[in-house]
Every structure is written in C-alpha cells, then in structure tokens.
Design a protein around this ligand. Sequence first.
Ligand SMILES: [Zn+2]
Ligand SMILES: [Zn+2]
Length: 204
Amino acid sequence: MKKNIKSFEEAAEFHGHVCPGLAIGYRAAEVALDELFSKRSDDEEIVCIVENDACSIDGIQVVAGCTIGKGNLLFRDHGKQVYTFILRDGSDAVRVSQKPEFAMNSAPGASELMKKFFSGEATAEEEELYHKQRSDMIDKYLTSPADEVFEIRHVKPEIPEKARLFNSVRCAECGETVSESRARVKEGKFVCIPCSNEYGGINR
Ligand SMILES: [Zn+2]
Ligand SMILES: [Zn+2]
C-alpha cells in the first residue's frame, strides 16, 4: 500500500513558512512511510521518536500524523536530525538520519552567509545568494534520491512505554495543580518544577 500523504504545500501552510528544516522533516517522514507501508495493506498507526525540536518536526507531524498531544510523537532532546518511525503493532521500525553532506549550511560559505544575513550585514547580493542557497537546499531535500539524503535502517521496533495517567497534586507554593509525575518534593511538600528552584524559582 502506498500511503497518500499530504502535499509539501499543506505542510508549509501548517508550519507557516517554507524552509529547509520543514523540507527535511517532510522528506524523512515520506521516506519512512514508504519503507514501512510498501508491503502492508492496512493503515497502522505510527509512533515517531524525534531527536530535535526544530522546523522539521512540523513536516513529520503533517506527513506521519504524529503529535505530542496524541502521544505518538516522542521528543528526545539530542539536537540530531534523526527520526525513528515505529509501527504501533511493533512489526517494523525504520530509523532515518540525515547524511552529514546534506546538513544545512553544507554549501561552501553558507554558515558565514547566514550569520551576515541575520545580523543585517549582508549586501543585497549576499541576501539574494542566501535565499538561493536556501531554496536549492529545499529542492535537494525534496527531490534527491532518498538514500543520498538519509541513512535509512530498519531497526528493532521498540515503543517506549506510554505515559501513564498520573494524579494531580497541588503545589504548596503557587497553589497550581501539577501532575504527580512532575512534582518535586521540597521540605516535605509537593511543589511544581518552577517553584522547586530548579529553574530559578517563582521569579521566572
Ligand atoms: Zn521553518
Ligand atoms: Zn508552584
């Protein structure tokens, strides 16, 4: 079964702009769905583990239908362009990682150009070049052969345990309710994370 996926335009509408990050996420999900569904006839739910929280995640959400709220999008703060898509029934999983030569700013001089652009020091010519490099990158992500852009591997389908439902407790300091699983104990009382001083206390 070839999955019908939403168009890149629909992903851009959801994300709010077109950018290389969105393109990489969109393509990663498309590639993974092809891998996972080419030999299946049914429409099994996907669980996706994403290892960054940048633009690309919106592409994943639109294509794979995974969201934080549904609990089938799991975020690991690794700062890596790596995405693991797992069939909910545990029958297959695929890990898609961006190849280094396809990293953003891999074009010669791209990093310096980006710095100049964002500091407002780029000349009109440099601005044009910056936009051109970006749109070339987007095209490359969307149209290059999948195995050039990504390292694609089938991996053991392991779905991390789903978050259980926890009771709420009341924070002894701010009085707001907080999930028991996230509460801290301070001087023998439940407090929320912002009040626990871990992140500088209530003066946040
Ligand atoms: Zn973006
Ligand atoms: Zn509190």
